[in-house]
Design a protein around this ligand. Structure first.
Ligand code: ARG
Ligand code: ZN
Ligand code: CA
Length: 342
């Protein structure tokens, strides 16, 4: 009972983070800048993965229990990996270190579903391959910009030991010009493409979402029929039909982070609201653009260069050891995404 209650508390944090009054002044400024560029509204840049989760929770009350179970398993797994384990620190929001833990390299096979209206949206194989390459660089910490991590955080940076291989590509023309965030692109009944074996494959739909939304993901625990990640074609990969400053393939890195159970590093709320990762320092807001180092909120340096912040693609270049443990927890035996890993 207690576990379930904690789970609900955690969910409340995620869900309430989408309400407008949580948007700080800095974010509003950024929204205006983005709007002025004619590019995208800040509101739509925020919260689509979280919004999607909220909608699923409303439609399926059982999901809350499922997510609570995943959280308690994750906490147990992380505690077991700590030296002198069981220090009860698994939900800390503070600025402490997490050990670098060695795991076998796992491989996740990926299906890409390109759904296009214009020829440009029918992105090339080269663009698709560039995205797989970026995922592998970022998750294996072979990204060339890892050398920009400030010394304060170098010990926290993780090779997640997760690898991705392209299993196949589907290409589908549609008369529809934008798809929204209600998962229509994942349903053949709606003119989309059904996921292929989502228990064993990461499915990524590449289609125009609309409303300036870069991408969104389904967290572990959701319905198999809609499981996977959606990314707009001009934010997918690092070569081809792309729009700066989201032209480095990091939107997919960020969304796959959500898909493997990562929250935004500021915990989608105030200082005490948590991303359930101890080595991502507490913050009370998203950062945008390319923030100066150090950027300080909640009395600690924000890890703005983390893939789970909202900065530009060239300004994000690390996962932390604690985030690695959360992702590895869902891929472990008994984890919600166990069958993906091989
Ligand atoms: N706003 C999106 C999300 O929260 C993706 C952000 C990706 N950021 C980037 N620099 N590509 O799910
Ligand atoms: Zn996100
Ligand atoms: Ca944290």
């Amino acid at each position: 009972m207690k576990k379930v209650f904690l789970g609900f508390t955690a969910l409340a944090l995620i869900v309430t983070a989408c309400s407008k009054d949580e948007i700080s002044e800095q974010e509003i400024t950024q929204q205006q800048i983005i709007k002025e560029n004619g590019e995208k509204t800040g509101e739509s840049r925020m919260c689509h993965s979280d919004y999607n989760l909220k909608k699923q929770l409303e439609e399926n009350p059982e999901l809350a229990n499922k997510l609570a179970t995943i959280e308690s398993k994750t906490k147990r797994f992380i505690d077991s990996k700590r030296p002198g384990n069981g220090n009860g620190n698994g939900n800390g929001g503070g600025d402490t270190d997490e050990p670098a833990t060695d795991f076998p390299v796992v491989n996740i096979p990926v299906y890409i579903h390109v759904i296009y209206n214009t020829n440009q949206e029918n992105i090339s194989d080269a663009q698709i391959n560039s995205q797989i390459a970026v995922l592998n660089e970022d998750f294996r910490m072979t990204n060339s910009d890892a050398n920009q991590i400030p010394s304060e955080f170098t010990d926290n940076a993780a090779d997640t030991q997760i690898n991705f291989t392209l299993a196949g590509v589907t290409r589908t023309f549609s008369t529809r010009t934008s798809w929204g965030t209600r998962d229509d692109m994942k349903k053949s009944s709606q003119g989309g493409v059904d996921p292929i074996d989502p228990a064993n494959y990461l499915n990524i739909w590449v289609c125009n979402i609309g409303g300036g939304i870069l991408g969104y993901a389904q967290f572990p625990g959701g319905s198999a029929a809609t499981d996977g990640v959606v990314v707009g074609p001009q934010y997918f990969g690092s070569t081809g039909y792309l729009t700066a400053p989201f032209d480095g393939g990091r939107t997919t890195t960020h969304e796959v982070g959500h898909y493997l159970n990562l929250r935004h590093i500021w915990g989608d709320g105030r200082c005490r609201q948590d991303d359930f990762v101890v080595d991502t320092p507490s913050s009370d807001r998203a950062n945008y653009g390319c923030p100066a180092y150090p950027t300080t909120h909640c009395k600690s340096t924000d890890m703005t260069m983390n893939y789970m912040d909202y900065v530009d693609d060239t300004c994000m270049y690390m996962f932390s050891n604690g985030q690695k443990l959360r992702m590895r927890a869902v891929l472990e035996a008994g984890g919600a995404r166990e069958s993906l890993a091989n």
